[in-house]
Design a protein around this ligand. Structure first.
Ligand code: NAD
Ligand code: UPG
Length: 480
């Protein structure tokens, strides 16, 4: 029986291994993590991450051919294939701080594999890593390997949170990079055989190691670049009276461009886009390519501009101050259908409003009060780390209250900011909300989900990103 072990039971390791276990009943899959609470949660009825469809998959396989354990060394030593799916956040200190990937977790996992292995293994990079990481990992493994053969493969993951199970069931592609030696090719085939249980062969792409590593960074950079492009257009739409949804629709109809990933928003978030682009920028700089680095840096700059622009719109619309005013924040997660808040634009928007002394009342159906308080008190990039590896929660902020209902959040508020596109925000009783708010009542829709005409009819002053401006906002500066 082939044995797989995955180091890192996070957003990638957990769902990916659960799907491999489901699709390959004859393979035994162990997911291990240094975090005992995280492993306990995977073994309980309340999984540590919220992901539609995940519960069902885990329940079908757990205890049969899928196991979650904190006995990392035992499972690694027994495995034929070891996936490494640990976090690779942005470095906060030292050389490359604020840009380069922090490979501390990766390196310690590699050293542990070298220490405990007694038989040959295929080691698979599942984490997103800088191009050429496999070379460094190879050195760590082979210098400690006591004659054991390790083959390194790069098999980056392309799932998106909120649709992880669907993405894993029907991936656009599976990418496997390996050495161009007979042993490397044999290792590629072994991993390809795992995915071939459910992924059509023409969707399994095999490349050299460096192409696979770089393709992951490139894919995220291209996706984020589309969002920054449409967000840049949204500012121009507001200045000219064009409607960004109409522009996106017209542009996306061109089959060379395509309709996906053209939704204007308050900015992209999530643990990947910013981190991976900063990493790409750093690699370009290290390779003497400042023009290429600056090109990609601009994607992040436009994203920061979009978040600042949104905050400035709120403050300038509300008589240039939100000091002491209650603002309802609807949605805190970086996108709908996840409880993940890493790099969520809500952190920057809330911090901007808190800087102007607003009183925030926050509601998100999947994010806990503890997480929100922690995010708002943390330094940039610290929130890239898993909760259990973050500094302990500082005392909670007095200007922030977290409530469990959109109606409680909006009661007596001066304004509402929609920061996550949860479906339930589309069907709220906005008349009831309006009746219970201070007047004039403002809605700032950072996700373009509300019916602007209907809300204006009720009496709201509405700002919706990239849409023709409300009379109220027309002569106010876009960036105060
Ligand atoms: N989140 C996503 O949607 C996504 C998608 C594709 C790729 N990725 C990439 O996958 C990687 C993992 O991301 P994630 O979101 O799953 O991270 P995560 O923080 O949710 O999970 C990583 C886990 O690794 C564990 N860990 C760290 N060092 C360890 C060690 N030495 N031994 C055992 N366990 C260890 C941590 O405790 C944590 O539970 C990152 O490189 C990320 O860029 C993420
Ligand atoms: O048209 C769009 C699409 C997305 N977003 C925002 O972009 C961010 C990222 O969304 P998404 O890409 O759907 O989620 P992630 O889970 O971050 O997935 C991305 O990052 C993963 C980690 O590398 C990759 O595996 C995925 O392929 C890639 O889509 C979120 O804040 C979205 O709200 C927009 O603002 N407009």
């Amino acid at each position: 029986m082939v044995k797989i072990c995955c180091i890192g039971a996070g957003y990638v390791g957990g769902p990916t291994m659960a799907v491999i276990a489901l699709k390959c009943p004859e393979i035994q899959v162990a997911v291990v993590d240094i975090s005992v609470p995280r492993i306990s949660a995977w073994n309980s009825d309340t999984l540590p991450i919220y992901e539609p469809g995940l519960d069902e998959v885990v329940k079908k396989c757990r205890g049969k051919n899928l196991f979650f354990s904190s006995d990392v060394e035992k499972h690694v030593s027994e495995a034929d294939i070891v996936f490494v799916s640990v976090n690779t956040p942005t470095k906060t200190q030292g050389l490359g701080a604020g840009k380069a990937a922090d490979l501390t977790y990766w390196e310690s996992a590699a050293r542990m594999i070298a220490d405990v292995s007694k038989s040959s293994k295929i080691v698979v990079e599942k984490s997103t890593v800088p191009v050429k990481t496999a070379e460094a990992i190879e050195k760590i493994l082979t210098h400690n390997s006591k004659g054991i053969n390790f083959q390194i493969l790069s098999n980056p993951e392309f799932l998106a949170e909120g649709t992880a199970i669907q993405d894993l069931f029907e991936p656009d592609r599976v990418l496997i990079g390996g050495r161009e030696t007979p042993e490397g090719q044999k290792a590629i085939k072994a991993l390809r055989d795992v995915y071939a249980h459910w992924v059509p062969m023409d969707r399994i792409i095999c490349t050299n190691l460096w192409s696979a590593e770089l393709s992951k960074l490139a894919a995220n950079a291209f996706l984020a670049q589309r969002i920054s492009s449409v967000n840049a257009m949204s500012a121009l739409c507001e200045a000219t009276g064009a409607d960004v949804s109409q522009v996106s629709h017209a542009v996306g109809k061109d089959t060379r461009i395509g309709p996906k990933f053209l939704n204007a928003s308050v900015g992209f978030g999530g643990s990947c886009f910013q981190k991976d682009i900063l990493n790409l920028v750093y690699i370009c700089e290290c390779n003497g390519l400042p023009e290429v680095a600056n090109y990609w840096k601009q994607v992040i700059k436009v994203n920061d501009y979009q978040k600042t622009r949104f905050v400035n719109r709120i403050v300038s619309s509300m008589f240039n101050t939100v000091s002491g005013k209650k603002i309802a924040i609807l949605g805190f997660a970086f996108k709908k259908d996840t409880g993940d808040t890493r790099e969520t634009p809500a952190i920057d928007v809330c911090k901007g409003l808190l800087g102007d002394k607003a009183m925030l009342s926050i509601y998100d159906p999947q994010v806990s009060e503890e997480q929100i308080q922690r995010d708002l008190s943390m330094n940039k990039f610290d929130w890239d780390h898993p909760v259990h590896l973050q500094p302990t929660s500082p005392s909670s902020m007095k200007q922030v209250s977290v409530v469990w209902d959109a109606y409680a959040a909006t009661k007596d508020a001066h304004g509402i900011c929609i920061l996550t596109e949860w479906d339930e925000f589309k069907t709220l009783d906005y008349q009831k909300i309006y009746d219970n708010m201070q007047k004039p009542a403002f809605v700032f829709d950072g996700r373009n989900i509300v019916d602007v005409a209907k809300l204006r009819e009720i009496g709201f002053i509405v700002y919706s990103i990239g849409k023709p401006l409300d009379e109220w906002l027309k002569d106010m500066p876009a960036v105060a």
